[in-house]
Design a protein around this ligand. Structure first.
Ligand SMILES: Cc1cc2nc3c(=O)[nH]c(=O)nc-3n(C[C@H](O)[C@H](O)[C@H](O)COP(=O)(O)O)c2cc1C
Length: 224
């Protein structure tokens, strides 16, 4: 028996991403977010438009997508309800947010230089993806009010992966049994469970998904 209900949020469970950007004064910013999905080497990020990170990303046209493992949950939680925006937007003030200039120190995270973008990577994250902005879309069409969110499409241009999660015997593969992403579901933190059963999709060689023009990273992909 299903019931018609109207949940306030529809956050059914996605990985947490720590997006790093540069503020106007050149200082680094880091924001946890989880409205993110990937297709090929492109990624769509959903952000409230009044947050500092999307403003930095639109201005600077680059960022790093740092993926924390589940062991980093306390660091990520330490970033919650902080913003680099000053003054803090009224809707965030009402939800108990405060301005914080040095979020890295508060969370015990270490910024390290990237190869191709000015935004820093986060040393503690096993996955660090340098990316450039491709397109920005108003998001959340609603006939009753203007959109307050942005869909920011970024393209990954360099991937740094901790050796501890690489699939043994392969140059370019991550072992999904070793990668333990931190997940957010309905604003609570979870890890992934164990692999459930053999996957028909995984019978396709992973190399079939490689973008056609390697490192030009055009987005040819089995799903497109
Ligand atoms: C686990 C987690 C997931 C979040 N996911 C999102 C998200 O997907 N999109 C978003 O706009 N904000 C999300 N937030 C809230 C932002 O982190 C928050 O708006 C923050 O103030 C952004 O920092 P900034 O203003 O310095 O960019 C999330 C927060 C947490 C703790």
């Amino acid at each position: 028996m299903h019931k018609n209900i109207e949940p306030s949020i529809l956050y059914f469970g996605t990985p947490v991403v720590l997006v790093t950007t540069l503020n106007e004064d050149g200082s680094p910013n880091v924001a946890p977010m989880s409205s993110a999905w990937w297709l090929g080497w492109n990624c769509m990020l959903g952000f409230g438009a009044r947050s500092k990170t999307p403003q930095n990303l639109v201005r600077q046209k680059e960022c790093v997508l740092n993926l924390p493992s589940e062991t980093m949950v306390s660091a990520v939680n330490g970033l919650a309800r902080l913003t680099a925006s000053d003054p803090v937007p009224p809707h965030k003030l009402a939800m108990g947010y405060r301005h914080e200039k040095n979020k890295f120190a508060i969370a015990g995270l270490t910024p390290v230089p990237s190869d191709l973008v000015n935004a820093p990577r986060i040393r503690e994250c096993p996955v660090q993806l340098e990316a450039v902005l491709e397109q920005s879309h108003p998001f959340g069409h609603n006939p009753h009010r203007p959109p307050t969110a942005l869909g920011l499409e970024v393209r990954v241009i360099r991937a740094h992966i901790d050796e501890s999660i690489l699939l043994e015997g392969y140059e370019n593969r991550i072992d999904p049994d070793l990668w333990r992403p931190l997940m957010m579901s309905f604003c609570h933190f979870y890890g992934l469970g164990e692999r459930l059963q053999d996957s028909t999709l995984a019978e396709i060689p992973e190399s079939a998904y490689r973008p056609a023009a390697h490192m030009g990273l055009a987005t040819a992909n089995q799903f497109q």
